[in-house]
Design a protein around this ligand. Structure first.
Ligand code: S3P
Length: 427
């Protein structure tokens, strides 16, 4: 995909549904009694992996990709069937980890496998707590990686202190906790996204949170719900950055989820001096939603660290692009998790931005970007990481000269119409 320079970006756009909420709607819908109806579902490859895994476990799921409406005919907490063959999670870490929490309690064994990236991602982080609860794991190739076999057990409730702020770890444990013999608590160093807690509560589970601790009680039954999935702030982030960095631009992104555990990008934009406003703030299925308007701004560097990191973990690649075009220095720290995402996002950002002429230095837990110098287009390997492809598409539209993104189709993971939406705004 060749990216030409944007002369201006103007107009309104609706980004696809939130990836995290879409995954959870399939999982909780499958475990509930009755039919869960989801609107605004993300038709990205990752969420389709969740559908196909639960379909393989005997759940009937009707997905209308034209209207983004999904009906899940849940069979109750004990209604899953032993799948025939492996559960293929594709590229999806969320499917792998959250589904493992559910599988930890099922009366059968099954094998989870995925693509080359999934096979490298760390799974000890869920294997350890779920084993403590009573599940059994067997790595079939590399230790603590996919492919692995999981055998469900009679689970006991645990009190778990996770060293990493990760909604995937937290959610796996809480989902297993639905089946445990007593309360299950997870405490994390900083609060990660809380969509699982919010959705579990709306499905009728007994779940409480205090600070960075979430506690779930064993459940008898979950009740099917209607879920309206808001637009994904992680997808909106590319257009937020594009609107701020491109001359003569103003973009409104409608219906974006602004859950406070996900809105770090807005905080950073404000810190960097962006023209950004939120309007029409409302609620959809218990999640706050707003329209976000951005216009051309001169940005300056900032420091991003600590409890802000989990609130923008997936936006760090596009924030690094903003920092490259901003004046002054941006420091990102406490973000070692970037190394174990779909690619090693510290190394990839440093290599690619260096190739574009940016002064950037990788650190153990982040990066230092000295922005404001000329940035040049080049050939960018997406490394089969959707967020790298989209971040450099935006960088390429603003840099001097053309940029080519290799394996740009990987945007299908979370945003199948990304390039056509970008084109609409540049008309
Ligand atoms: C997700 C949590 C995050 C995020 C991922 C989706 C989720 O991962 O990076 O894209 O839906 O729970 P971690 O919680 O492991 O940081």
């Amino acid at each position: 995909m060749i990216i030409k320079n944007f002369s201006h970006l103007k107009g309104e756009i609706t980004v696809p549904g939130d990836k995290s909420i879409s995954h959870r709607s399939i999982m909780l819908g499958s475990l509930a009694k009755g039919t869960t109806e989801v609107t605004g579902f993300l038709q990205g490859a990752d969420c389709l992996s969740s559908i196909s895994c639960f379909h393989k476990m005997g759940i009937s799921i009707e997905n209308d990709a034209n209207t983004n409406t999904v009906k899940i005919h849940g069979k109750g907490l004990r209604g899953l069937e032993s799948p025939f063959g492996i559960l293929d999670v594709g590229n999806s870490g969320t499917t792998t980890r959250l589904m493992s929490g559910i599988l930890a309690a099922q009366p059968f064994s099954c094998i989870i496998d995925g693509d080359a990236s999934i096979r490298k991602r760390p799974m000890a982080r869920i294997m350890t707590p779920l084993s403590q609860m009573g599940a059994k794991f067997e790595s079939l190739e590399n230790i603590h990686c996919a492919p692995f076999k999981i055998t469900g057990g009679n689970l006991k409730g645990i009190d778990y202190n996770t060293p990493v702020a990760s909604a995937q770890i937290k959610s796996a444990i809480l989902l297993a906790g639905l089946y445990a013999d007593g309360p299950t608590s997870v405490t994390e160093p900083y609060l990660s996204r809380n969509h699982t807690e919010l959705m579990l509560s709306s499905f009728g589970a007994d779940i409480k949170t205090e600070g960075t601790t979430a506690t779930v009680l064993p459940a008898e039954e979950l009740q099917a719900q209607k879920i309206e999935v808001p637009g994904d702030i992680s997808s909106a982030a590319y257009f937020i950055a594009a609107g701020l960095l491109t001359p003569n631009s103003e973009i409104t992104i409608k219906n974006v989820g602004i859950n406070p555990t996900r809105d770090g990008i807005i905080t950073v934009c404000k810190d960097m001096g962006a023209n950004i406003t939120l309007s029409n703030i409302r609620e959809a299925s218990g999640e706050p939603v707003a329209d976000i308007t951005v216009s051309t701004s001169s940005l300056h560097g900032c420091v991003i660290e600590g409890d802000l990191i989990p609130k923008l973990i997936d936006e760090i690649p596009i924030i690094a692009i903003m920092a490259a075009f901003a004046s002054g220095t941006t420091i990102i720290r406490d973000a070692a998790e970037l190394k174990v995402k779909e690619s090693n996002r510290i190394d990839v950002m440093v290599d690619h931005l260096t190739a574009m002429g940016v002064d950037i230095e990788g650190t153990e837990d982040g990066m230092i970007i000295r922005g404001g110098k000329d940035v040049y287009g080049t050939v960018i390997d997406s490394k089969m990481d959707h967020r790298i492809a989209m971040s450099f598409a935006i960088a390429g539209g603003i840099a001097i000269g053309a940029t080519e993104i290799m394996d740009a189709d990987v945007v299908n993971i979370s945003y199948p119409n990304f390039f056509s939406d970008l084109e609409k705004l540049s008309k």
